[in-house]
Design a binder for this molecule. Structure first.
Ligand code: ADP
Length: 544
């Protein structure tokens, strides 16, 4: 017997319609490439998204066509999130930090029809415009006064003219909730990038889950500033969450340095933010150097790579900002786990609580997790056994776009490529990405644990731990360190001090054999330490 409830497809346009009806006056503030601060509301967002939906249709974009963006976090990008997906086309967020060759490869693979871009990326667009095979029209996301002159970009249109020239009467179409809504490519540190193709249903379900109190915990009374880019995994879903709950939204545009972010947090009364550890490092350094505080910030979500406990301590103990450690992947829309405490943790002392918070957290409702040994056998959830983490759920990938790379699933589960433990309370802790694992004498050493210890040392700005060949143990851990500005200790002395710093903090045989100092650690297009490059750099090194 079927239930007797309405059959209504879960569509992204519902989120916008809800925000317009119930939170019309709520503000959306954007720092723009043009240099101004733009203030608007959900009402305006809805009107301009409808105009843009008409404009996109007039450009010949049909149901299912891909429309690409190369853009920062801002109100125009948000309008495209709703205009494109809401009308049944697919929003393809391109990552502007990629090399032009990769942008061309991805745009061709996605068969993008139209490319919208922020003026910052004009040089990139000029470099790719004559090479991309399917893009017919380019749109600069600005007004007439700021349009590039003598640009080499063909068929170049002006965003504000498209908005002004289109009607605001548009009925969001109803269609199957399984229809594709947006497309994001993995950064492809190995092999070609692969596309994760989200659907309306997966996005709306992910939005419900992400907003929950034990997840990102967002409400109408919040002011959300997503530092995570809208060009990678939909800014962890925050542009959708904000509409669902009616929160005030603040977009930082291209200004992601510590000073600009802090000023915006303070001037707009931001209560919640989200980003990768490398961004927060810049912010903390600025706040510390100028003896500032956070007067309205309550929580920040940190994920994308492991958040070192030293960073959590700084936020929580010095600035009274709660850190929500989160884990996810492009292939998971991206949310998998968030670390919030259970009532039983209230009795723990500060250090024990920190040990829980250093974990990546519990599965949000909808995500099922297990860990398996190399032979595929399921491992116990005892907080000790470490194995490859597998996941499944309604917002987790079943196949890459165009079937690239074959069937990614193993008996219905998606192998994450992460190695982790899961404890009896369900808290998952990543020890490594499988390709970063260090195997010393047949036993695993967690590079993340080694990095977390280094991050707490006052002379360390950034630290990566990689495997180096060893005559006896096959591999041994080596620490690659960027020193904090102003540190004058000679390298040999600092190396000895760092090695001593590990004593009592990790098992003896985990202590790195070698420390190397570098001017910078290369980062991926999504702000993670590019260990592949470091391993290449030190591939001829032999220890032992
Ligand atoms: P990419 O595929 O470009 O690396 P993703 O954003 O999809 O980009 O990265 C997903 C990976 O990032 C995860 O598989 C995991 O290795 C890592 N990751 C994400 N969040 C965390 C976290 N909190 N702690 C440790 N690793 C993380």
């Amino acid at each position: 017997m079927n239930g007797l409830m309405m059959q209504q497809p879960l569509l992204i346009s519902m989120l916008l319609a809800h925000a317009e009806r119930h939170h019309a006056e709520q503000e959306i503030v954007s720092k723009r490439v043009e240099g101004d601060v733009h203030r608007s509301t959900y009402r305006e967002l809805a009107v301009r998204s409808r105009r843009m939906a008409n404009a996109v249709a007039a450009l010949g974009v049909k149901f299912g066509d891909r429309v690409a963006t190369l853009a920062w976090n801002g109100h125009r990008h948000m309008e495209l999130y709703y205009a494109v997906s809401g009308s049944g086309a697919v929003l393809h967020t391109l990552n502007p930090r990629l090399h032009p060759d990769q942008v061309v490869w991805i745009a061709d693979h996605a068969e993008d029809q139209v490319l919208f871009f922020d003026l910052t990326f004009l040089p990139l667009v000029e470099a790719v415009a004559s090479r991309v095979k399917t893009v017919r029209t380019f749109v600069a996301m600005t007004d007439r006064a700021h349009m590039p002159v003598n640009s080499k970009v063909p068929n170049l249109l002006c965003y504000e003219e498209l908005v002004a020239g289109a009607s605001d009467r548009f009925h969001w179409p109803q269609f199957d909730e399984h229809t594709a809504s947006s497309l994001c490519y993995t950064s492809g540190t190995t092999g070609n990038p692969k596309g994760a193709l989200y659907s309306h249903r997966s996005t709306v379900l992910h939005t419900y889950a992400a907003a929950l109190p034990d997840a990102l915990n967002c409400a109408a009374r919040d002011t959300i500033l997503p530092v995570v880019p809208m060009f990678h995994v939909n800014a962890w879903g925050l542009p959708y969450v904000a509409c669902m709950v009616g929160a005030k939204l603040v977009f930082p545009g291209p200004w992601l340095d510590g000073k600009s972010l802090h000023e915006l947090f303070e001037s707009e009364g931001v209560t919640v933010s989200a980003g990768v550890p490398t961004v927060w490092q810049g912010l903390l350094a600025h706040v510390e150097a100028h003896d500032l505080k956070f007067s309205t910030m309550r929580r920040t979500v940190i994920g994308g790579s492991a958040c070192p406990p030293a960073m959590m301590r700084a936020f929580q103990e010095r600035y009274d900002v709660q850190v929500l450690h989160a884990w996810g992947m492009t292939e998971m829309s991206p949310l998998g786990t968030v670390c919030t405490l259970k009532p039983k943790h209230q009795t723990l002392n500060a250090e024990q609580r920190m040990a829980v918070q250093a974990k990546q957290g519990r599965a949000v409702f909808g995500v099922d997790m297990k860990i398996v040994a190399e032979d595929g056998q399921q491992l116990p959830h005892d907080g000790q056994a470490a194995g490859e983490l597998l996941v499944r759920g309604p917002w987790i990938i079943s196949s890459y776009f165009k079937g690239e790379g074959g069937d990614p699933l193993v008996n219905g589960w998606f192998p994450t490529g992460d190695v982790s433990t899961i404890d009896a309370d369900g808290y998952m802790q990543i020890t490594d990405r499988s390709k970063d694992v260090i195997k010393s004498g047949g036993e695993w050493i967690s590079s993340i644990d080694i990095e977390n210890v280094a991050a707490a040392h006052p002379a360390v700005q950034m630290a990566a731990c990689i495997a180096v060949a060893h005559a006896k143990w096959d591999e041994r851990p080596m620490l690659v360190v960027v020193k904090k500005p102003g540190v004058t200790t000679p390298d040999a002395e600092l190396k000895a001090e760092l090695i001593r710093f590990y004593e009592g903090k990790v098992a003896k045989w985990w202590i790195p054999d070698e420390v190397r100092f570098v001017a910078e650690i290369p980062l991926t297009a999504t702000g993670k330490m590019l260990k592949l490059k470091l391993r290449e750099q030190f591939k001829d090194l032999r220890l032992g």
